[in-house]
Design a protein around this ligand. Sequence first.
Ligand SMILES: [Zn+2]
Length: 323
Amino acid sequence: MALAIFSFTVEKPKAVKTIIIDPGHGGKDQGAGGLFSTEAEVSLKVSKLLGPRIEKEIPGVRILFTRETDIIPGNSRDKNEGLRWRANFANQSRADLFISVHCNSAGKAPGGWYEKRVVGHDEKTVTKKVKGKKKLVKVKVPIYESFYVPNAAKGTETFIWTAKENSHKEQMVGDHAEFAAEGDSGIVVPENDPVINALKLVYTKKYFVNSLRLADLVQQEFTASGRVNRGVKQRNDVGIWVLHATGMPSVLVEIGFISNKEEEEYINSEAGQAEIVDDIAAAVKKYIEALEGSKNGNKETDNTTVNSTAAILGDKKKRLLNA
Ligand SMILES: [Zn+2]
């Protein structure tokens, strides 16, 4: 019965071998500022805790960082060159997952600001010229009181790329390892081959569903830790370069509002950072388990994920998910 032993020792290929962790901003681009910390600084700290935490949780996975110090990745000259560098690095590393870590910001100033309101009126005597003659007249003047408005926006949100950028994503998907292996027959395929183009579309859809699945899991973990859940989102106006320029499932996690006094303290605290890292790592673990557990690889979509996010994405994308 020696044959049976061989057949049982065949290992299932890993769904995720390499994960890119991308701490947002860095160097002269510090991102949003809080009362005592910057987005670049906090994102880096959390990312550097997240890497080893995922490695511990998922043995054998390879973690790569786009930056490990306070620089624009790749020592790029500016923010945009840095964004391109981040995406190229992920693509060249043949990564299977891209996680960008950022902090949110809202309102006029971190912490809060002062505003004035009228609380009553006073009478004041002023000199006025009436028909060329100076006269004393009484006028009403408002009494102001200044009050503090705390910068209240708080909570977490996870972004996935906007469907508007699907054609860009398709282009990048074509360079990815998994995709390249699909056509690894030694035959040279011409540019714009309809079969290849169709395959790119299929992969783009698959990566979209997987990104959505992970984003949803991240938000679920944050919610379970008592954080305010602002949901899975897409930025439709400008798009997020790193999300659609990477040929793999990709998410951008906003771990909290640096502009909110309490949340800035939380995302800077040891306990807060440990909780954020626990939540993201748990989501990544569940994501990989879902991919490896599903019978037909990545094709199967989790119904809860699809349903809970379909509300955000609208009917058009619901059709895409069910396709
Ligand atoms: Zn940012």
